[in-house]
Write a protein that binds this ligand. Sequence first.
Ligand code: FE2
Length: 305
Amino acid sequence: MSCIPQPRWSRRQVLRSGLALMAGAWVMKPHEVRAYSRSSLPGRPAVDKDYTRWALLSDTHVAADPEDRYRGFFPYLNFQEAAAQIGDKLPDRVIITGDLARLRGETGAYENFKTLLAPVARQRPIHLGLGNHDDREDFFRTFKNPIAADQAIENKHVVEAEAGPVRLIVLDTLLHVNGAAGELGQSQRSWLETFLRRCDSKSTILFLHHTLSSDLLDTRPLLEIIRPVGKVKAVVYGHSHKYEFSTDAGIHLINLPATGFNFTANQPVGWVEAKLTKKGGEFTLHALGGDRQLDKHTQKLVWRA
Ligand SMILES: [Fe+2]
């Protein structure tokens, strides 16, 4: 893939991209959600350090009923505990790759989610992706996303941001609420392909909900887009409720554990703390339940050249 010297955005696309970026990072104050540009984020860490620390979560599955229980797990309590740990560690950013809600979205679930994360959101940008158990309208209604009516990609919630030595792109694979399958779709793939042609070499990590090896309908065209783009170093996702590392053509594929509950007893429930540089990353599991064998274990990865 050849890169283009200047992004060929139309005026409307530039506007949309900017709004998407601003909307991608939100910081909450009591009873409100506000969007900030990168330059105005409160508590924004220094940009000149050579690493960034992120908290990575997936499949929180918070329900409107805090006592909702599945397989012996209470997702509300798990997320409460994870949020407290993240508040103590206060990483530079938090990224959550979808299935924020229990089954079908619902504003009550998102209100609980927002309340639990409020102490962190007052201090750090948080980027949220959507999964197959999220509802885009309920999500936008709760988080008051200013681009809900004018998104970069129609019916998709896409976020791009830079944090120190790394760029993150959160993609949207929500296809049907409460259906297993997911899809990026042609328009989002085209946007991604164009976006990645920008002439820079910043290490880039993609985030999406669906496991690449199952249930994502357009895994193959996605891989065909990113394999030749050397700055794409990793793809991070959830959905399977398994904690796994693998590779494709040198691209690290990182399957996050679920924070809400596991599907099988041999999988941890928790979140992952990542320390990222332009050359690699260290991923440390914080297990809250399930199989805790890998609790505090750090997986070190080196990015492809
Ligand atoms: Fe899930």
